[in-house]
Design a protein around this ligand. Structure first.
Ligand SMILES: C[S@@+](CC[C@H](N)C(=O)[O-])C[C@H]1O[C@@H](n2cnc3c(N)ncnc32)[C@H](O)[C@@H]1O
Length: 330
């Protein structure tokens, strides 16, 4: 064996679940919020949160090890990323995203082996209680807010008047787009339980008067027609190719020639191994629906040819999220 072959990468990847769970727990107990106003001593952290000092120390030290908390003498403070994204004080609140992965995703990942072995759905299709729906919608919305912000500037919305966001979650894409582009009107199309969460977030936004909410199932119900831009954000990864073809056909039937379809997702390279984040997320989508996956834009081009759309371009947005644009063909 060559001496430059080491097991370090294997051990690091294997320990990844410990890093995740420590971070989730630090978030759940409100550690980063407690440190948001400046350095705090361990005794005070334990007292304020209501933890034994010994166990508080274990979580805090793990956060120091991972670089989310820094130790200054006997006191601890948030590092810049934790302060910006895990205290609820910045524009992107990843506390909701960590809660979603901790409470919904993490327990489900226990079933990855079964999902891989059987290829069968293990859970009812997106079957969530009201509380879980709120955690899911807010968690996804927190994560995709970066992509929504990037979309508002990466794509030229001047040519459009009315944007329909299909499976639009909390409405974060429409809220950010319409706030930045005052000439736009928006409609959010969502399943009833998710629409209930969106109604609250949209109502609290500055764009509320320009956003309508339509309830429905993209496979069964009439999709609002005649809009000139459609967003499909993080929806195709929930489904297999056949159902994605069905979605694209149904959307094409509701718009005029020239309308644009903006698909935001974890688009991969043709091997599905890049970006790494996307390759790992394929497991999340498999577990959740039994047919979910990540796709390359080459695959999307094939879908467009079959469903009356023409590929226009692919643009990076933020991190592993990118945009594929198509135009309604004749
Ligand atoms: C991963 S979330 C993405 C939310 C949002 N587009 C974003 O990127 O932040 C997928 C969304 O698709 C919605 N969805 C799933 N199946 C649907 C269906 N059959 N009809 C309408 N919406 C659906 C879900 O309710 C969920 O909010």
């Amino acid at each position: 064996m060559s001496s430059d072959v080491t097991p370090v990468a294997i051990i690091q990847a294997a320990q990844g679940f410990m890093a995740s769970k420590h971070l989730f727990v630090a978030n759940e107990i409100g550690l980063f919020e407690k440190l948001a106003d400046g350095p705090v001593a361990l005794d005070e952290i334990a007292r304020a949160i209501g933890l034994p000092r010994r166990t508080a120390r274990i979580v805090v030290d793990a956060m120091v090890a991972l670089g989310f908390v820094a130790r200054q003498g006997s006191r601890y403070e948030n590092t810049a990323a934790a302060q910006a994204f895990l205290t609820g004080r910045g524009p992107m609140d990843l506390r909701h995203f960590l809660r979603f992965w901790n409470r919904l995703s993490y327990p489900r990942w226990d079933k990855l082996e079964q999902a891989v072995r059987t290829g069968k759905p293990l859970f009812g299709e997106l079957e969530l209680t009201k509380e879980e729906q709120e955690i899911f919608s807010k968690g996804v919305g927190a994560f995709t807010t970066g992509a929504a912000m990037a979309l508002a500037t990466a794509y030229d919305f001047k040519r459009h008047r009315h944007v329909l966001d299909v499976g639009g979650g909390t409405g974060n894409f429409l809220i950010l787009l319409l706030t930045q582009h005052p000439h736009l009107e928006g409609t959010l199309f969502e399943l009833p339980q998710a629409a209930a969460v969106a109604r609250k977030t949209v109502a609290a936004s500055p764009a509320a008067s320009r956003i309508k909410i339509a309830e429905g199932d993209v496979f069964k119900d009439p999709i609002p027609e005649g809009k000139d831009a459609l967003i499909l954000g993080n929806v195709v990864h929930l489904f297999g190719p056949e159902r994605n073809l069905e979605i694209l056909r149904r959307l094409r039937a509701r718009v005029r020639e020239g309308a644009r379809l903006l698909i935001v997702d974890f688009w991969t390279d043709p091997t599905h191994a890049e970006p790494v984040f996307a390759a790992l997320m394929a497991g999340e989508f498999l577990i959740n629906t039994g047919e979910g996956d990540v796709y390359s834009d080459e695959e999307a081009r094939g879908w467009f040819e079959e469903t009356g759309w023409r590929f226009v371009e692919r643009k990076p947005l933020v991190g592993p999220q990118s945009l594929v644009v198509a135009e309604a063909a004749k």
